[in-house]
Design a protein around this ligand. Sequence first.
Ligand code: NAD
Length: 477
Amino acid sequence: MHKGRNWIGGEWVPAADGATFLRRNPADPEDVIGEFPDSSPADVDAAVSAAVEGAREWSAAPAGKRADVLEAAARWLEERAGELVVELVREEGKTRAEAAMEISRTPRNLRFYAAEAHRITGRSFPADDGGIVYTRREPVGVVGAITPWNFPLNIPSRKVGPALAAGDVVVLKPSPVTPLLAQRLVEALLAGGLPPAAIALVHGGARAGAALAADDRVAAVTFTGSTAAGRSVHAAAGPSRRVQLEMGGKNPVVVLDDADLDRAARIIVKGAFGLSGQACTGTSRVVAHGAVHDELLDRVARAAEARVVGDGLRDGVDMGPLAADFQLAKFLDYIRIGEAEGAKLVTGGRRLDGDGFFVRPAVFEGVAPDMRIAREEIFGPVLAFQRASGFDEAVALANGTGYGLSAGIVTRDLDRALEFARRSESGLVKVNQPTSGMAMTVPFGGLKDSSTQTFKEQAGPSMMLFYTQEKSVYISP
Ligand code: NAD
């Protein structure tokens, strides 16, 4: 069993009051992954104080040094990829293939941000008196990063990486569901030569996250998680500090009457049941044209039934367990809610025998737009089929929730695809691709309740703006 600690002021320490929590393997709750500090606001206060101290040294480090640390951390992770894959499967419940994808992506992210350290530039402007005005992009100071469990190495790397590249210091508060992988990221950065006070790690739950968001010394709060928690982070941070929120989704795939249905079914099943349905950009709704609805439903239901559910470390498994007991309870709740609302459960929706949090992926049909299973994020392998009589109704149904993270369309008609891209109320639009998956070089962020509409991009060329502040300097000759 791993004995986790907080990293504060250059030391691995327990919570000040000694409180701890256990993390267990969701495939086998008897298997204890580790014991971690259950941090209180006092621990967060100490972590922020240490980071404020650390900011002086790191903000003065040249770009080359900042890049070298991120490069070295990337190598450290790559050298341990085999062990990290197993830890990720045991801690979070991914399959081996899903875990290998995350473990291989994180070093690439860190290298991407290492290059960004060299690209932080200012601008210059002519002045009326023959002088010059120029801008400096400077670090913001202390960044508070609050992260979810579904990509426990990758999402923290997408916050800690750009912050450190910019010369900011970070206090990371990872999800209590996946504390070990967050700790590995911090270990990688320290092994890579990061000054000990340039990062702090505080384990724990909502109490620690809320204390971090509310601390005035934290100049910028970057949060990924549910819309409900994001709203509370936004309120705690107030109007004068930077806040970036990446939140939930209810992502649809529209399938038009000209679609190749085998291809559509593959795209839907990958988006809906990959990562056990626990991806923010995962597919949770299918809006199918009436002419292809029944045939598509049949193919998707058969593919759902064919998925092999089991411990992600076993060969041949397509879908691991849900990540936690609360995820299992939510899944079963929504199956009951969907049936009570009058939707028809076509397949799946039950727990497998045994102690692990394994479920059969569920497909509902006859889902009306006002039903809760059509509007609320379930964050599990539950797919709701909605029938549309034509293109306009399909677009309206696709846009018919408060969320706007990712939306897909499957069609051979390029005009329709482009019109869908124009009319979609989502930050990502995927044509003939699963709703999940994105590239680091491309802007990423949702519309409506899926993101804050300021500083929403975690990737792409404008991503570094959140982590730097611009100052204008006027010089007369
Ligand atoms: P969550 O909101 O329960 O928790 C996220 C993090 O916030 C955790 O570290 C948690 O301890 C902390 N937290 C919870 N309440 C808080 C509060 N009041 N104040 C401060 N911190 C608080 O989410 P989760 O269950 O860990 O993750 C699943 C959610 O994350 C889903 O809604 C999913 O859509 C979303 N998500 C979004 C993206 C994206 O990029 N849009 C990516 C991954 C996950």
